[in-house]
Design a protein around this ligand. Structure first.
Ligand code: UD1
Length: 421
């Protein structure tokens, strides 16, 4: 198993380019299920989840490969013969496999799916997916290990989500694309990655209004009427935030090319409050920092709030900030598992329910830590750049699921970091 070795570094300088978003590309890949022929995705990040999703789609009848000589462009060839029951081994390791539910219902009117895996943040129910699809005429037979669904008569419906769930919004929109009549989805998730999927579906011939807002109106179009397109994946705001956090943590002056300030408003505002100088233009975001950060309080919320995926990074920044910061997690109560690892580096963090109280310390010390999930793993790498001595991060396979060459990109802006087998 590989390890990442991070040494105390900084200041960082230069430019880093932001790749496409994991939480978009996986869903865009799934959209290839709708139409026979050759689909293309560009700005594809080099992450292992893309390969996992490629294998899942392969088992359903879409062959996925890289365009000749390219590592950031996918060709997805839909044979026209799509299966409705993917084998469990292709479903278990990524959460985004739940995203085949909506398209398979739309396309095959029938699905059998084992319960998806993904990062372990505790309980991750799918009741809102099921309630929304049930309102559209889908009949479910589920237990703790699998989901079975049929839709003899898939029709539009008026649906209001209890909470703007990303996955439920995507599955309901995807089923509604081929439902009979109009679906109006209220309290829909507004994340840029959800908008990217809706945009792709519209390019393919779907009829969706209100993209990027909390009310989506989808008018069903006939099955078989969508066509393949070429589409560029939206840039990854979480990977962008990771490089910005590294600068905030150890100082420096870095241009994060491709970072979309309009997609990261609340995160950038928090960085500014902490004392980071943030300058945005249409091509990216420049972050400059020298001196100690100020502690702030942060709450995670659905978009446009501070995303839960930024949280391990923000807790890491607070760990060395001046003062006490309270982090409140409103999405996944179990998502504090990396706190124990940060404590091994000398961080002073106490958790109580869905709050973490972070007392900023003057120094962190290198230690051996384990990445518990994708984002927490990246946050431990960022912490390792600030810690005295050497921090050894194992569990790198989690980081590889969502980061395109994190080590190489950090090294290119001056971090002392390497990966070893
Ligand atoms: C997606 C992202 C994940 C991110 C999350 C929130 C992908 C592959 N993953 O996950 O990185 O952290 O959005 O921004 O895109 N919930 C229910 N019932 C449901 C569905 C969700 O109670 O039917 C709850 C969840 O347990 C959680 C909250 O709603 O507390 C948000 O979940 P959701 O937005 O659905 O997240 P995911 O789509 O799973």
């Amino acid at each position: 198993m590989d390890r990442i070795v991070a040494h105390q570094s900084g200041p960082l300088a230069g430019e880093v380019i932001v790749p496409g978003a994991k939480n978009s590309v996986l869903k865009l890949m799934v959209a290839s299920l709708y139409a026979e022929g050759e689909h293309r995705l560009t700005n594809v990040p080099g992450i292992s989840d893309v390969l996992t999703m490629g294998a899942l789609l392969g088992s359903l009848g879409v062959q996925v490969g890289f365009a000749e000589g390219r590592h950031d462009e996918l060709v997805l060839s839909n044979s026209g013969d799509i299966a409705w029951n993917p084998p469990p081994e292709n479903v278990e390791s990524i959460r985004a496999s739940i995203n085949v539910l909506g398209p398979l219902i739309a396309r095959c009117r029938r699905v059998r799916l084992d319960m998806p895996g993904g990062d372990d943040f505790g309980d991750r129910p799918i009741d809102m997916h099921i309630a929304g699809l049930t309102a559209m005429g889908v009949e479910f037979d589920t237990d703790a290990t699998h989901i079975e669904a049929r839709a003899e008569n898939l029709h539009g419906a008026e649906i209001a989500l209890d909470f703007p769930s990303v996955g439920a919004t995507e599955n309901i929109v995807c089923a509604a694309v081929h439902a009979d009549g109009r679906t109006v989805l209220r309290n829909a998730a507004r994340e840029p990655e959800v908008a990217d999927l809706c945009q792709l579906l519209v390019e393919m011939g779907a009829r969706i209004d209100g993209i990027g807002t909390s009310v989506l109106t989808i008018d069903g179009v006939e099955a078989g009427s969508l066509h393949p397109v070429s589409h560029a994946v939206v840039n990854d705001r979480i990977q962008a935030a990771t490089y910005m956090s590294a600068v905030a943590m150890v100082g420096g002056d870095v241009f994060v090319r491709g970072a979309r300030a309009d997609h990261m408003e609340m995160f950038l505002r928090k960085l500014s409050e902490m004392g980071v100088d943030v300058g945005a233009d249409p091509t990216g975001v420049r972050v400059r920092c020298n001196g100690r950060l100020r502690a702030v309080d942060v709450q995670t919320l659905p978009y446009p709030g501070v995303a839960t995926d930024y949280k391990p990074l923000m807790v890491t920044l607070l760990a060395m900030a001046d003062g006490i910061g309270v982090m409140t997690e409103n999405l996944y109560p179990g998502r504090f598992r990396y706190v124990e690892e940060l404590s091994k580096l000398g961080a002073d963090i106490r958790t109580d329910g869905h709050h973490a109280v972070v007392h900023g310390v003057d120094r962190l010390r290198g230690a051996a830590v384990v990445a518990p999930d994708i984002r927490a793993g990246a946050a431990l790498v960022v912490a390792g750049l600030a810690a005295e001595g050497r921090t050894i991060i194992s569990g790198v396979e989690h980081i590889d699921r969502g980061y395109d060459d994190l080590v190489g990109r950090l090294a290119a802006i001056g971090a002392t970091i390497e990966r070893s087998a």
